[in-house]
Write a protein that binds this ligand. Structure first.
Ligand code: NAP
Length: 242
């Protein structure tokens, strides 16, 4: 099997785990990053060492800048020669109530979390024409909680676009979403942060990376699945327990 995946925000955290996971299954990986250049180089070098017969390349782009996003799919296709899977993983996650959200703050969340996946998905459809797209949303999309108002709106929109794109781009392109819940703590916080929140969730524990990787595998294997969302959230989308 010779297959190539582009993962946005692949230098660290979920993106990096998915890069390692897919590489272990024989995928070539286009590693997109923005500020985490050292981590991205280290990941590329490690993957190249472990899997010398596969292709790993770095692509830097600020997803807040439309022109840089527009260059990304053509660049990856030119350099890697093929592209079969797009994972829209990169995201900004910043807290602000609706009433306190400035226009600049709003634009950043929407540009990185929604406009960039839109451009990449559109360009994948027009240039690549065949394959799979996975959009990372968030279990928060089922609530109207506004502590991360612009972030939540960007992810709600991304889920709506997932369904619209699945309908327009089938049967050659399948488009699905993964909605993580308590997966990794924010970089400045520890695991105890997730365990405290997990008390209110049906499964009573954080999920970690395993449910995400299993969901990714399921999406890739199930070639009749499109326009669907897989909640990897231990039931958080059902609401909180008493
Ligand atoms: N972690 C969780 O528990 C959780 C829960 C719910 C949903 N999710 C979703 O799952 C996905 C992965 O989560 P995560 O926690 O691993 O993400 P993350 O660490 O918050 O962000 C991933 C990457 O996004 C990139 N990024 C941010 N702004 C960018 C920009 N302007 N241009 C280009 N890249 C940019 C960063 O790349 P650089 O470092 O290279 O700048 C960053 O490493 C996200 O879509 C997130 O919303 C995660």
């Amino acid at each position: 099997m010779e297959k190539t995946a582009l993962i946005t925000g692949a230098a660290k955290r979920l993106g990096k785990e998915m890069a390692n996971h897919l590489a272990s299954q024989g995928w070539n990986i286009a590693i997109h990053y923005h500020t985490s250049e050292d981590d991205a180089i280290q990941l590329r070098d490690e993957l190249a060492k472990f899997y010398p017969d596969q292709q790993f390349a770095l692509f830097r782009a600020d997803l807040n800048q439309a022109e840089q996003v527009e260059n990304l799919i053509p660049q990856v296709y030119r350099e890697m020669k093929r592209l079969d899977l797009l994972i829209n993983n990169a995201s900004v996650f910043e807290s602000s109530l609706l009433g306190r959200t400035t226009t600049e703050f709003f634009n950043r969340q929407i540009n990185v979390n929604f406009r960039a996946p839109f451009i990449l998905l559109r360009d994948f459809a027009s240039l690549i024409k065949h394959g799979v797209i996975v959009n990372f949303v968030d279990t928060r999309i089922v609530t109207n909680q506004s502590s991360f108002a612009a972030y939540s709106l960007s992810k709600k929109s991304l889920w709506e676009m997932t369904k619209m794109a699945a309908l327009e781009f089938g049967p050659n392109i399948r488009v699905n979403a993964i909605a993580p819940g308590l997966t990794l703590p924010p970089e400045e916080k520890g695991e105890d942060y997730l365990w405290k929140l997990a008390g209110n969730v049906a499964m009573k524990r954080p999920g970690g990376l395993d449910p995400i990787l299993k969901s990714l595998d399921y999406i890739l294997k199930n070639d009749y699945l499109t326009g669907q969302i897989l909640f990897c959230d231990g039931g958080e989308n059902l609401g909180v327990t008493n």
